[in-house]
Design a protein around this ligand. Structure first.
Ligand SMILES: [Zn+2]
Length: 123
């Protein structure tokens, strides 16, 4: 388990990333803007990606949707006290990596392995 102060700092960063992605969605997509209506950014931070309509998600920038899901997974891992551990092998992810990518769910070894695997499958 990582120290509390560090985890709180990362949670704050994750919420900031989430807010900025949602703001971007609102700027890019009229339907999304209507759906969220006049919710405040604070409320929006509580909106789960799963609550966003499938059609809306498809219309939105795919890369950002993917990031949003990673951010949500990371936040739920903070709540489960599993944050900072590799999803695949359970190794502690170095703080420097988490600082650079607060929503990193895999250690570098597993991440590299995953990319190799994808390349092998030609995707
Ligand atoms: Zn790993």
């Amino acid at each position: 388990m990582l120290d509390k102060v560090f985890v709180e700092e990362m949670e704050q960063k994750l919420l900031e990333i989430k807010e900025s992605i949602i703001k971007q969605f609102m700027a890019e997509d009229e339907d999304f803007k209507q759906m969220v209506g006049d919710m405040s950014i604070k409320d929006l931070a509580d909106v789960a990606a799963d609550d966003i309509g499938k059609r809306q998600l498809e219309a939105l920038n795919h890369h950002e949707v993917k990031t949003l899901r990673l951010v949500e997974s990371a936040i739920s891992r903070i709540h489960n006290e599993k944050y900072g551990r590799c999803l695949s092998c359970g190794t502690k992810i170095p703080k420097e990596r988490l600082r650079a990518i607060p929503y990193a769910l895999l250690c570098i070894t597993c991440k590299n392995g995953e990319e190799k695997h994808h390349r092998h499958n030609g995707s």
